[in-house]
Ligand binder design. Structure first.
Ligand SMILES: Nc1ncnc2c1ncn2[C@@H]1O[C@H](COP(=O)(O)OP(=O)(O)OP(=O)(O)O)[C@@H](O)[C@H]1O
Ligand SMILES: [Mg+2]
Length: 252
């Protein structure tokens, strides 16, 4: 269900679904991700987070949607090469402007401004942020106009890099921007293999509408995907065996 606001009444409409493009996953999610949701995709290095994101946007392109890939990693070319090897060729969509890759420089204080301006002005249907981890670990600049309204209620003495209030503020700010933009978003989080949380910051999983966990089992030489949370959706919690190959990730 979704709430549609009109002049003087609220209508309860049918919840629309957005296909992930991951073969076998949409069937486990009653057709896909809830439209306008923010989904966290977590996992250790090499578990397929970026491939998941590319696949999600490639599906959007196939459906004629406008897509944005925000990354804190300079190596966009490497990402595109890896995708092309998997037959996910985004080059034509980049040329036509249907998809935009935007590198966010973590050293710039106004990183949020450029990110949020792009999200809000671009009219995007699908947005990826790969990954949220460096952002949530950034210090907050008290004099930064981006945060002026947000920090008013916080004891400034407490605000230090990596503290819980800082992480909460960062994540709250990012999630808010994605929600305001009326897009369906996938946000990745780096996870140490031993972690019992679903994100490195330990908070994103509570703020996100859905959590998809990617994991590696080197002993069994297996990769897995588990849906740990998905609002408005009946789903299994059972980890699914996955493979990475032509077309990207698929449930096997
Ligand atoms: N052409 C391919 N065929 C099969 N498997 C591949 C191929 N390309 C990449 N992979 C697998 O995908 C992994 C990389 O996936 P991806 O870049 O999505 O990981 P990630 O979770 O984003 O990692 P990181 O946290 O380091 O960014 C590789 O380590 C490899 O195991
Ligand atoms: Mg990655």
């Amino acid at each position: 269900m979704s709430l549609i606001q009109t002049d003087n009444k609220t209508i309860v409409g049918k919840l629309e679904r957005v296909k992930t493009g991951v073969r076998g996953l949409d069937e486990l999610l009653s057709g896909g991700l809830p439209k306008y949701s923010v989904i966290l995709v977590s996992g250790p290095p090499g578990s397929g987070k970026s491939i998941f994101c590319i696949q999600f946007l490639a599906k959007g392109i196939e459906e004629g949607k406008k897509c944005l890939y925000l990354t804190l990693d300079k190596k966009i070319e490497g990402l595109l090469l890896q995708a092309a090897e998997l037959d996910l060729n985004l080059e034509p969509a980049i040329q036509s402007g249907q998809i935009k890759f935007l590198f966010l420089n973590i050293n710039k204080k106004l990183i949020y401004e450029s990110m949020i301006n792009e999200i809000l002005s671009g009219n995007y249907d699908r947005v990826v942020l790969d990954s949220i981890t460096p952002l949530s670990e950034m210090p907050i600049y008290i004099n930064n106009p981006e945060f002026n309204n947000e920090v008013e209620n916080i004891d400034h003495e407490e605000v230090s890099t990596g503290s819980l209030p800082v992480r909460r503020l960062h994540l709250h700010y990012i999630m808010n921007a994605l929600e305001t933009a009326k897009c369906t978003a996938v946000v990745t989080s780096e996870l140490p293999s031993s972690s019992t949380n679903y994100s490195r910051d330990g908070l994103s999983e509570f703020l996100a509408d859905g959590v998809i966990l990617l994991s590696l089992d080197p002993t069994m030489d297996r990769r897995k995907l588990a849906v740990m949370k998905m609002r408005s959706t009946k789903h299994t919690l059972k980890p699914q065996n996955i493979e990475i190959g032509k077309g990207g990730i698929q449930i096997v």
